[in-house]
Design a protein around this ligand. Structure first.
Ligand SMILES: CC(C)(COP(=O)(O)OP(=O)(O)OC[C@H]1O[C@@H](n2cnc3c(N)ncnc32)[C@H](O)[C@@H]1OP(=O)(O)O)[C@@H](O)C(=O)NCCC(=O)NCCS
Length: 422
């Protein structure tokens, strides 16, 4: 990452949102689909959460691939080239791998050669934490253009026999570009908090150093997200309004001055509680939880991009993004919007298939889609026909064929060479 020395001296340097973009996978999982999987009902889910449907990543899609599409869209909207970005921060709790970082895969996929890239783990607050960090990098002069992404493939970490959790979450990605500017605007007030007394209220028990993966942990279904719903709900309703209020006050504003709140989209009742806590009407809250469910770190950047693209944000508006999540973490950013909302249309020029995440050359994993989900969605992963001997490190042609999604056998398959049959 380069640090322009002339920028260091500037004290009035601001970080403005100059680009925004989102990506939602095409496959929809409805409440009716979930009725076929667990003992639940559309009525229960809608009345308790406000969720009608959520998106599910296809077998060839991952957190990195969705993040790269959203990221390229944000870069295009900002009017930049991928190599103009000198910092990539990616909030996620569902990385492609424990290592390398998903941000590193995204850097390669978008064709960036300059940026420092890392993941930010703050669960559903991950995007807001990443945004705050990028803001600090920019105002301090350490970065000029930062790509901040929230991306999740939660449907691969859910227990589809646990009705308490599997109804809530979905997949997707959103991104913004933050750019240095000497003009007023951008981030005005930021608040981040972490409350570890709630550490085990939402957690994923196994796979880490405390409980390394084993047949035992698999048998006990400890590789899936677990949650104490009521305690989490209590934390969210207690914390979101106060976190937002602190950020608003740091900006020298009152809640009534804020044109639009973009709250974490976990549950419509939680969003209603935030509005009540701030003594504001629901019209000031942006809501899309009905269509995406809870996409964790992706939730706020998807909502922000939708809000801007649907005409809910104008130049000069003050907006607040506020999140909460496992940890318990919470964070809020109050900012003044300065970008022309019409530029959002440029994102449409970036088709999802421009992105290829380079597959590992000598390894392929098991089926991506959980069997219970594949059965309901009508797609069954029937096996991997890639002959791994055909792909060896350093064999550019074979690697490129796999990356093109052709597979070494020349027949149609996804980027990993896995056959997905409808
Ligand atoms: C999960 C949540 C929707 C549950 O709603 P709730 O009103 O608190 O419901 P409860 O957990 O009290 O459960 C009430 C009953 O519904 C049942 N229930 C739970 N999930 C159900 C489902 N999907 N369908 C039908 N019934 C369900 C429970 O088993 C319980 O039954 P019981 O009374 O016989 O024991 C709510 O607690 C919530 O939104 N919590 C926050 C979750 C969240 O935001 N997590 C992500 C943080 S980033």
């Amino acid at each position: 990452m380069t640090t322009p020395s002339s920028d260091r001296a500037r004290t009035s340097r601001q970080a403005h949102v100059t680009g925004w973009g989102r990506y939602a996978p095409a496959q929809v999982l409805t409440n009716a689909d979930l009725e076929r999987m667990v003992d639940t009902s559309d009525e229960w889910i809608r009345s308790r959460t406000g969720i009608r449907e959520r998106r599910v990543a296809a077998a060839h899609e991952t957190t990195a691939s969705m993040a790269a599409v959203a990221g390229l869209r944000a870069i295009a909207v900002a009017g930049l080239q991928p190599d103009d970005i000198d910092l990539i921060l990616l909030g996620t709790l569902t990385p492609d791998y424990w290592m390398p970082s998903t941000a590193a895969l995204v850097k390669e996929a978008i064709g960036n050669t300059r940026a420092a890239a890392m993941d930010v783990m703050a669960a559903c607050s991950g995007f807001v934490y990443a945004y705050a960090s990028a803001h600090a990098h920019i105002v301090s002069g350490m970065a000029r253009h930062a790509l901040v992404i929230g991306a999740e493939t939660l449907t691969r970490f859910l227990d589809y026999s646990d009705r308490n959790t599997c109804i809530l979450f979905g997949d997707g990605a959103g991104a913004v570009v933050l750019s240095a500017s000497d003009e007023p605007g951008g981030g005005l007030g930021i608040e981040l908090t972490t409350e570890p007394s709630g550490a085990y209220m939402i957690w994923l028990p196994a796979g880490g150093a405390k409980a390394p993966p084993s047949l035992d942990t698999l048998a006990r279904r400890e590789h899936f997200i677990r949650m104490e719903g009521r305690e989490t709900y209590r934390f969210a309703t207690r914390t979101l309004a106060t976190t937002a209020l602190t950020a608003v006050e740091r900006a020298g504003l009152q809640p009534s001055d804020i044109d639009l709140f973009i709250p974490h989209q976990a549950n419509i009742r939680i969003i209603e509680a935030v509005a009540k806590g701030l003594d504001l009407p629901m019209e000031r809250m942006f809501v899309n939880v009905d269509r995406y469910g809870n996409t964790s770190a992706a939730s706020i950047p998807i909502a922000l991009a939708e809000a801007v693209d649907s005409g809910r944000v104008k130049v000069g508006d003050d907006i607040v993004m506020v999140a909460f999540g496992a940890g318990f973490t919470s964070g809020a950013i109050a900012l003044r919007w300065t970008a022309d909302p019409a530029r959002g249309a440029i994102a449409d020029t970036i088709a999802p298939d421009v992105v290829r995440i380079r597959p590992p050359v000598d390894w392929d994993s098991a089926e991506a889609i959980p069997p219970a989900l594949a059965a309901v969605l009508g797609g069954t992963v029937v096996g991997d026909e890639t002959d791994l001997d055909d792909i060896v490190p350093g064999d550019a042609d074979a690697g490129a064929a796999a990356a093109e999604g052709h597979g070494p056998d020349g027949r149609g398959s996804d980027a990993r060479g896995t056959k997905v049959h409808a």
